[in-house]
Design a protein. Structure first.
Length: 169
């Protein structure tokens, strides 16, 4: 099978007997070496330009003994570029998105309450952690329910707006 992009190549060198259909087996003609190198350079240029890529981003450690991998889902429905925040955030923070590809560090939630962004107003059962670690507002004309016991972390504010109800049961 012709190898037409970097992801077609095998980690075992002997399995890579062609470059873009140019046979690189032992005994190849010297002119074919140039053709194979040119083809390989075009694959590298495409990869560098982002016109072809990999479905797994593999970040190796210094001695290549372990890695961290990010993998795209098997069916991607949209193209998005994520912009990472500067630095590594603070203890307990999570990576958040603004919905447009910009990522930032922020406080992670311990579940969600009805009326809170991300809490579905039609939900009958909500599962949450035993400690609330982020500020929560129960919006006007909504009801919030938390199954007790519920601890509220130091510095966290729970706001129940006028016309809203919060029940801890």
């Amino acid at each position: 099978m012709a190898k037409d992009k970097l992801t077609d190549y095998d980690a075992t060198a002997s399995n890579n007997s062609d470059v873009g259909g140019v046979n690189t087996a032992e005994g190849m003609l010297p002119s074919k070496v140039n053709d194979a190198i040119r083809e390989l350079m075009s694959h590298l240029a495409d990869f560098s330009a982002g016109t072809t890529g990999v479905d797994v981003l593999n970040l190796q450690d210094d001695d290549n003994s372990a890695s961290i991998k990010f993998q795209a889902p098997s069916a991607v429905t949209t193209t998005v570029t994520f912009t990472l925040p500067d630095g590594d955030g603070s203890n307990g923070q999570t990576l958040l998105t603004n919905g447009s590809g910009t990522l930032s560090w922020g406080s992670g939630g311990g579940g969600s309450f009805l009326g809170e962004a991300g809490g579905g107003l039609g939900d009958l059962i909500r599962v949450h952690e035993k400690q609330l670690d982020t500020d929560v507002t129960v919006a006007t004309d909504t009801n919030g329910l938390a199954a007790g016991p519920l601890a509220i972390a130091s510095g966290v504010t729970v706001t129940v707006s006028s016309g809203a109800t919060l029940v801890v049961a």
